[in-house]
Design a protein around this ligand. Structure first.
Ligand code: DLL
Length: 450
């Protein structure tokens, strides 16, 4: 072997500092990244066209042939794919491989009709483990860390996605899943977990149970939280960090595209790096479908570049965000997806004002006298939608001050977001706690009348 060059030493040092697991890919110059993306896009389009009748029919109807994709800009000629396509082709008709060639299936819970089913080949699972390991490393996790995984195991992609990624990193995985919260607290302490994987709302529930048991998780070995699967605000991040004594990192993903690890924050925490060697990201105007210039807020659209079993072309995520390709201090060249503020379908229109639940959360969390647990109740009175906010008093707050607390909260919601909401302050512990994705909105409007 030849002598190690200074450049190599430099890269090694920087790998350690920035947690690059795949330095060549993560710091690839953008022109080179674009060449890789184009080659992969052409393969992915060809895979979809040759093996998925729905894609072939749409290409044919639009007069497009896979060979017409000659530049990355040609992506915009392709039709969108939406969640209903998966439902309409239930269970396997969008797969580009026969079921017998798959290694795994996952599915969404399907509260509105049929679940959406997603499939993976062995190679897809391998790439997913790599990207999840890359995400964990970017967040600061290392080989040998104990990773306490409280994402639900099962059809939900959170549990197994984080599990395989942590194993790929060389970490020691504790496959807890959600629930048995008292036991979670004991094992976090006893096994010396450095990394906690959970939804942000469940992380808070763990903190709360620990406090009620007299256990101070801030003295535990926890240093990093990998939190995602639901929208959460900066206020929530501050609250979780204070109560758990760790650094809270945002991780994003969706089962239709892969699962957790599509994008993740690095140590700089100024947006989530979307792993562009495996996915293409666009932001569109949700009404017109027009691609928006970088930096403008709209709906995130993702195209898979390497998925074998379920190639997705321009999948409309319904998640609202902005993109930036400005260089990040960590040295990664991959685009950053700014914090997801909510989903198109979660947006409430209250007397003409558009509001996402996460905006309400940002106002509620950290206000004096109330705990960081809430529900937004939407009702219809005549033709008008109205919201009431159920919040919970902190244990030391006297019940005879609840009205004054409610008044204070309503005042801040009105002045910061511009909506009038009835606020109901409830007794400590009465708002349901989540063990996975929190239910923030109770929609009591008549069905179909939205
Ligand atoms: O929630 C995958 C996942 C598991 C991501 C664990 C991160 C951690 P689905 O159940 O298919 O997959 O739900 C995907 O959840 O379209 C977003 O609306 C929302 N979501 C996921 N991560 C975030 C995040 C998993 N970091 C849907 N911030 C997505 C905001 C998120 N919303």
């Amino acid at each position: 072997m030849g002598a190690i060059t200074r450049a190599e030493v430099g890269i090694d040092a920087s790998n350690r500092a920035h947690g690059y697991l795949h330095p060549a890919q993560e710091t690839m110059p953008r022109e080179q990244l674009a060449d890789l993306q184009l080659a992969r896009l052409r393969d992915s389009v060809r895979n979809a066209y040759d093996h998925v009748p729905m894609h072939r029919a749409r290409f044919d109807a639009a007069g497009i042939n896979p060979e017409d994709i000659r530049t990355l800009a040609d992506l915009q000629r392709l039709p969108f794919t939406v969640k209903a396509d998966l439902r309409d082709h239930y269970p396997f008709a969008m797969f580009a491989r026969p079921c017998g060639e798959l290694a795994r299936l996952h599915a969404s819970s399907g509260t509105t009709g049929k679940p959406t089913v997603v499939g993976y080949t062995r190679q897809d699972i391998d790439n997913w483990a790599d990207l999840m390991a890359r995400s964990l490393a970017a967040a600061g996790a290392r080989q040998g860390d104990v990773v306490h995984n409280a994402y639900g195991y099962g059809l939900f992609t959170g549990g197994l996605g984080a599990h395989y990624g942590a194993e790929r990193l060389g970490a020691v995985v504790v496959p807890m899943s959600g629930g048995s919260t008292e036991r979670q607290v004991a094992l976090i302490m006893d096994f010396g977990a450095r990394v906690l994987c959970a939804t942000p709302s469940y992380a808070l529930a763990i903190a709360e149970v620990a406090e009620s048991q007299g256990v101070d998780l801030r003295t535990s070995a926890l240093e990093i939280g990998m939190f995602g699967a639901e929208p959460w605000s900066q206020a929530m991040r501050i609250e979780i960090e204070a109560r758990l004594g760790l650094k809270a990192v945002d991780i994003y993903g969706l089962s239709e595209i892969m699962g957790p690890g599509v994008a993740c924050e690095c140590a700089c925490r100024s947006g989530l790096h979307g792993w562009e060697d495996h996915f293409l990201f666009e932001v569109i105007d949700p009404d017109s479908g027009r691609v928006l210039p970088e930096g403008e807020a709209g709906e995130l659209v993702i195209t898979t570049l390497t998925k074998q079993a379920l190639p997705m072309l321009r999948y409309r995520t319904r998640d609202i965000t902005r993109l930036t390709s400005a260089p990040c201090d960590c040295g990664r060249t991959h685009v950053r997806i700014l914090r997801i503020t909510g989903r198109n379908d979660d947006m409430l229109i209250i007397r003409g004002v558009n509001v996402y639940p996460s905006q309400i959360e940002a106002v509620l969390i950290g206000r004096p006298a109330i705990a960081p647990h809430y529900q937004i109740v939407v009702q219809r009175h005549g033709t008008l939608d109205e919201v009431s906010l159920e919040v919970e008093a902190l244990p030391y707050v006297p019940a005879d001050t609840y009205r004054a607390v409610a008044h204070d909260v309503a005042h801040h919601v009105k002045s910061l977001i511009g909506i009038s909401a009835d606020v109901c302050v409830k007794a400590p512990g009465t708002i349901p706690r989540s063990q996975g994705k929190a239910v923030r909105v109770r929609d009591l409007r008549p069905k179909g009348g939205q």
